[in-house]
Design a protein around this ligand. Structure first.
Ligand code: MEV
Length: 444
């Protein structure tokens, strides 16, 4: 059995790696070489990465791709996408080109409000007294956060509202202070959490000073934390074109394409098994932009799926309709993003992604990201209802298979050319590789 280690985080990087590879890998020296091979060749950049988290031993590379030709609200974008899945960037680029010729994407932010809560327990009987105390002292909650909110207020943001919410139907004695925030161009997690911790302290102080009014029941703050569910931080992106202009290219009639597309979206709306996969495809596009721009994909994921289930059943994040002679396709989802703070100004690739996008505001980045999700879904559904998904998917995956087989460049070129007009499967790729390798060996 492996031995536990005390004080690992206090070791220097070299010592951490040596301990780790000696304990957990079969060839420590090869593991060491591999880890070092992924270090950045500029020590100051590596140091930056080392300091993002604790116990950094190396870097984890993801491909950083770009999908050009996105026309959004009349402006051209090349969207950066960080993702390991073979077909995602190709799918985004394909959708961008398709809609470029049909008026592009329209996007708008519907609202940018974020929320957080002080969750507390108070089992007193005089609920009116609790409400009176809260309302009579509301200003104090604001005053006590003035030093925290000063800069945000100067930028036009801050605490928008505070309310006391009775949740005793869910848990005995459970109340919340619900706070709503505007955090401008920052995602605002630290700002919100700092405000909430201040509200919690104000609440404790008020309870202690007003025991006579509140009665004997103690007031216990359980926790103070932002919510990653931000249904009021909402963005919409859409495309529309005349059905006659669809001319999709795979031979399917325009009207049939529009109808089949809408039916596919309706299936995702009513069938959670399909909706999860459908939304996963949307998140392929969204997460890629989120990661490339240094935002929090876990928060985005959690929020998007909660939003997809907000009416009590998990459903599609996108919608489609035939409106007269037009095909209309849109997405509406919450995205809480930042373009300042976090690692946005620190990570060189993230900075580059922001530069590519013209240093967008959080509002603009919400729109671009929603468009990436819509584009991804358009390409996926387009393939699903015409050629099937595997044709494009496996074509993109072919290089992964060939790399696994350790094919050389000439072999790859020949095999990719061979599959140009054929459907790729794993076994067909292996067969082709064996044949091409044998030919090469026979000629040598
Ligand atoms: C694969 O990563 C994503 C898709 O399954 C999405 C979908 O089915 O809509 C292709």
């Amino acid at each position: 059995m492996k031995q536990p280690i005390k004080g690992f985080s206090k070791l220097n990087k070299q010592a951490k790696i040596e301990w780790l590879v000696s304990q957990y890998t079969s060839d420590p020296s090869a593991s060491l070489d591999m880890l070092e091979g992924y270090w950045h060749n500029q020590p100051e950049v590596q140091k930056l990465h080392d300091e993002f988290i604790e116990n950094t031993i190396s870097n984890y590379y993801m491909p950083f791709g770009v999908a050009p030709n996105f026309l959004i609200n009349g402006k051209m974008y090349a969207i950066p996408l960080a993702i390991e899945e073979s077909s995602v960037v190709a799918a985004a680029a394909k959708a961008a080109n398709f809609w470029l010729d049909r008026g592009g994407f329209q996007a708008s932010v519907l609202s940018m409000v974020k929320v957080g809560h002080v969750h507390f327990i108070w089992e007193g009987k005089n609920v009116d007294a609790l409400y009176r105390l809260f309302e009579a002292n509301k200003d104090q909650f604001f005053t006590n956060t003035e030093s925290i909110t000063k800069n945000m207020r100067a930028r036009g943001g801050g605490v928008l509202s505070l309310g006391l919410v009775d949740k005793t139907d869910l848990e005995p004695g459970y109340y919340q202070i619900e706070a709503r925030f505007e955090t401008c161009d920052s995602m605002g997690a630290n700002f919100i959490n700092s405000c909430l911790e201040s509200f919690a302290q104000t609440l404790r102080d008020l309870a202690a000073a007003n025991q006579a009014e509140l009665g004997d029941a103690p007031l216990q703050v359980v926790m103070s934390i932002l919510s990653n569910f931000t249904p009021e931080c909402l963005v919409r992106a859409e495309v529309r074109c005349k059905i006659n202009d669809i001319e999709e290219g795979s031979g399917i009639d325009n009207q049939e394409f529009a109808e089949k597309f809408c039916r596919a979206i309706r299936i995702a709306s009513v069938e959670p098994y399909r909706a999860v996969t459908h939304n996963k495809g949307i998140m392929n596009g969204i997460d890629s932009v989120i990661i490339a721009t240094g935002n929090d994909f876990r928060a985005t994921e959690a929020c998007a799926h909660a939003y997809a289930a907000k009416d009590g059943r998990y459903t599609s994040l996108t919608h489609a309709a035939i409106e007269g002679d037009e095909f209309h396709f849109w997405i509406e989802l919450p995205l809480s993003l930042g373009t300042v703070g976090g690692i946005t100004n620190l990570h060189p690739m993230v900075r580059f992604a922001h530069e590519l996008l013209g240093y967008p505001s959080a509002n603009a980045l919400m729109q671009i990201t929603a468009v990436a999700g819509l584009a991804q879904n358009f390409s996926a559904v387009r393939s699903l209802i015409t050629s099937g998904i595997q044709k494009g998917h496996m074509k993109m995956h072919l290089l992964n298979i060939l790399n696994q087989l350790e094919a050389n460049d000439a072999e790859k070129e020949e095999i990719v050319a061979y599959f140009k007009d054929k459907v790729v499967s794993h076994s067909a790729a292996v067969e082709a590789f064996v044949r091409v390798r044998a030919q090469g060996q026979a000629q040598a």
